[in-house]
Design a protein around this ligand. Structure first.
Ligand code: FAD
Length: 451
């Protein structure tokens, strides 16, 4: 009699966990364990405290979701999400001024609340018979083989043991895996934090009038080290808009509607404050400080076989750069690629996967921490060559205001849709050289009239 192998086991049912489950399901049955009871609809839940804040799904992330769930983009839009053409629907005030519209090659994005997006992905996965959902169950430790060299499963709060052929930790920023490893007598990974003391305050509103210039999304960025306050606003499902105040370097962030209106009117551009005039406030202002960049180098740790770590549990970013979900999707893509090349029970799979995820996280990590290290008081070790890279990027950002090709290529890289080395192509080097040094525009900056 042959016994079938235990399932792949994914711990954490948010974006990283769901995408890992989707990819693994092509190679065998999956059990997905989530500590929260999961809602059927787009309702709030405890394990997704970031959901009341603005969530950008970068173009690369949207493309990958559509690849694994064909038709998802259309479904999101049909149910009310907002389709945004990056060329004409985004007002972007960067440190050097408003980015002009892109006439061609613009990227598309879909804007909705995080609970709405997760509910749609979850609904797709619930229909996938290869995936068994176990919700309302907290995992509390690893189960190893007697030699402690391989993972055999996990231990849950109710005392049950869930057997697994491969365990994926996708439990997010708060992952306890380092503790679980220590509890098992193993070493925790090396960990680095870079903390720009970013605060997010967000609220849902119904605007009294459309945003200017046909925009559906607006970013009024700060200009560190001098301007540490910014904000963003986007239309989301249900004819509503979400406004998020973003303060770095320990600056205070508004905590109620009145303070939010006043804060957004005093930024480098008052466009978001102006848009809030006459708006109906649909809920309270929510604040979070859970924004530290934190990277755990599992790819360098000697982990037991059969253990992989994805998403925020591996590398959490300052959310200002909108990278987390897309990086999780790119890690799932790397896992899919590996599973296409080696059998799932190959003991080399997990270490290779962890190394691959480390590579995926590298550029977003450098981009986020490099930018955060401009903020006065940011704690963290600067990577070598940081000042040079910052100076180069400054020239490109300034050149992007008058050079459409530079605008297009920098936008693609920031959307993780193009390789970062494309920023160093001769065309870009030349543009940066020609640009010379430029002063940041601290404000106030008028809203451009876009025809
Ligand atoms: C304020 C804020 C704004 C953000 N904005 C953006 C944005 O604009 N764009 C973007 O791409 N990303 C953004 N992010 C990041 C994004 O939310 C995450 O990168 C994304 O959710 C992927 O994370 P994850 O799945 O790894 O972890 P999480 O989303 O944190 O999910 C972890 C899951 O694991 C479950 N869990 C935890 N412990 C256990 C356990 N012991 N047993 C069982 N289950 C467990 C939790 O309940 C939860 O469901 C933002 C984050 C924050 C904080």
């Amino acid at each position: 009699m042959t016994t079938s192998p235990p399932p792949f086991l994914v711990v954490g049912g948010s974006m990283a966990g769901m995408l890992a489950a989707r990819v693994l399901a092509d190679h065998g049955p999956v059990t997905l364990v989530e500590r929260d009871p999961l809602p059927e609809q787009a309702d709030a839940r405890r394990g997704l405290p970031q959901a009341p804040h603005l969530h950008a799904l970068l173009a690369r992330g949207l493309g990958l979701l559509e690849h694994w769930f064909p038709g998802l983009r259309g479904e999101l839009i049909r149910d009310g999400a907002v389709l945004v053409d990056g060329g004409k629907h985004v007002g972007w005030l960067g440190p050097y001024g408003w980015n002009p519209p892109l006439r061609r090659g613009a990227l598309e994005s879909v804007w909705a609340t995080r609970d709405f997006l997760d509910a749609h992905v979850r609904a797709r996965l619930r229909r996938d018979a290869r995936i068994r959902w176990v919700d309302d169950l907290r995992v509390e430790g690893l189960v190893l083989d007697p030699s402690r060299r391989a993972v055999r499963g996990v231990r849950a709060r109710d005392g049950s043991i869930l057997d697994a052929r491969l365990v994926v930790d996708a439990t997010g920023r708060g992952s306890k895996l380092p503790d679980w490893l220590r509890d098992a007598g193993l070493a925790a990974p090396h960990e680095i934090e870079v903390d720009a003391r970013t605060v997010y305050s967000s609220a849902m509103v119904r605007l009294a009038r459309p945003l200017p210039n046909g925009w559906k999304v607006i970013f009024v960025l700060g200009a560190p080290p001098k301007v540490l306050r910014g904000a963003a606003m986007s239309e989301v499902e249900g004819g509503r808009a979400m406004v998020t105040a973003l303060a770095v370097g320990g600056e205070p962030c508004p905590e109620d509607a009145k303070a939010m209106a006043s804060y957004t009117s005093q930024l480098r551009s008052s466009v978001i404050g102006d848009a809030l005039q006459g708006a109906e406030w649909l809920g309270p202002v929510r604040t979070t400080r859970s924004t530290t960049n934190r990277r755990r180098y599992y790819e360098r740790a000697s982990l037991p076989a059969g253990l992989v770590v994805m998403g925020d549990a591996l590398c959490a970013f300052n959310p200002i750069y909108g990278q987390g979900m897309t990086v999780a999707a790119m890690e799932a893509e790397a896992l899919a690629d590996l599973l296409g090349r080696m059998p799932p029970d190959d003991p080399r799979l997990a270490p290779r996967a962890n190394r691959g995820f480390g590579k995926v996280a590298e550029f977003p990590w450098v981009a986020a921490t490099g930018s955060d290290l401009r903020v006065p008081g940011t704690r963290g070790e600067p990577p070598p060559g940081l000042a040079l890279a910052q100076g180069y990027m400054d020239r490109l950002f300034a050149a992007a205001l008058t050079d459409e090709e530079v605008n297009r290529r920098t936008t693609r890289v920031l959307n993780l849709a193009a390789h970062p080395l494309s920023l160093y192509a001769p065309r870009m080097l030349w543009a940066a050289l020609r640009q010379g040094t430029t002063e940041m525009v601290l404000g106030p900056v008028n809203v451009p009239v876009v025809s």
